[in-house]
Design a protein around this ligand. Structure first.
Ligand code: 13P
Ligand code: SF4
Length: 304
């Protein structure tokens, strides 16, 4: 079966069985082509409100599917691959967070959306990479315990000098692979290119970037820019998707190491399997769901 034939079969099954497909922008190109909505974590969290279908299939990682279930409990929510997690989200356990909250009793807890439902339930507000600075700037509280991404947290702290930040020393193992040496090499090899990076990158990378933003933010920057060359400092799928969309522009990965193995787990065969009875259904206890929802609702309220 060719890729096109497999995609056509998926689209037929999806129509017949009433399934709404969400895909994170880090997924493979052939997955984005069969999705109803493609975007960053913020956009995907908002998109579920527009789904008329009873089943939602999240092509992404576990915390994204959990977020959909938290926001739309009436839907049957499937995760495209049961093994697709986020190591950064899994690193911060409720016990570790509880210890930090005891250490900083006056701070509000701001959790990156890359967290488990249990951690969200213990947090005051959730943020995504595209909404973090805006949401935190609108919080009336001055003192913030930011978890789990130290790099995104430090970037927010730099943007919001009036706030007091405390951190959990976590981070994305993929984005942390890129360093100042990669930036120096990219600038040497592509002196005319603009450097666009995700805020999960380390400070020595974000500090030298022409633009820092979410996956959707990076793609929108290119769409609006008259520039012809870009070095892309986020998961390498983004450079690949941009090459499809802008064949006349040039895109260079900041580092070949920027590959998220968890996002690669979703395949067309796996998606077809989910549409024919396979896939993992996400379930959450109602008290946990309601507690986690509070922090996401707060983000939406403050993030607009
Ligand atoms: P976005 O918020 O840009 O979608 O990023 C999510 C993520 O997992 C980045 O590594
Ligand atoms: Fe998690 Fe990093 Fe993969 Fe995003 S890229 S899902 S933060 S491991």
């Amino acid at each position: 079966m060719t890729v096109r034939e497999m995609q056509e079969e998926i689209l037929r099954l999806k129509r017949e069985r009433g399934v709404f497909i969400l895909a994170h922008s880090y997924e493979r190109h052939e997955i984005l082509e069969i999705a109803d909505v493609v975007g960053d974590s913020y956009l995907l969290a908002r998109a579920v409100a527009g789904a008329r279908e009873n089943t939602v299939l999240m092509c992404g990682v576990r915390f994204m599917a959990e977020t959909v279930k938290i926001l739309a409990p009436e839907k049957r929510v499937l995760l495209s691959h049961g093994g697709a997690g986020c190591p950064m989200a899994d690193e911060l356990t409720p016990d570790l967070l509880s210890a930090l909250q005891k250490k900083y009793p006056d701070a509000v807890t701001a959790a990156y959306i890359n967290t488990t439902a249990n951690v969200k339930a213990m947090s005051d507000v959730c943020v995504t990479s595209s909404s973090a600075v805006r949401v935190l700037s609108r919080l009336p509280e001055k003192e913030i315990l930011f978890v789990p991404d130290r790099n995104l947290g430090s970037y927010c702290a730099k943007m919001l000098p009036d706030k007091i930040f405390h951190f959990f020393e976590g981070g994305c193992p993929v984005h942390m692979c890129a360093n100042g040496g990669d930036v120096a090499r990219a600038k040497r090899e592509h002196p005319l290119a603009l450097l666009l990076v995700h805020p999960e990158c380390v400070g020595e990378v974000t500090g030298q970037a022409d633009y820092v933003g979410s996956t959707s933010g990076i793609m929108d920057f290119v769409r609006k820019s008259a520039h012809g060359e870009f070095v892309i400092g986020t998961e390498n799928s983004i450079a690949e998707h941009l090459e499809y969309e802008f064949p006349d522009k040039k895109f260079y990965p900041l580092s070949k190491r920027l590959t998220c193995a968890d996002m690669r787990l979703t395949t067309l065969a796996g998606v077809r399997d989910c549409l024919t009875g396979g896939g993992e259904e996400i379930t959450l206890d109602e008290p946990l769901r309601l507690a986690a929802k509070r922090s996401i609702d707060r983000m939406i309220e403050l993030g607009g």
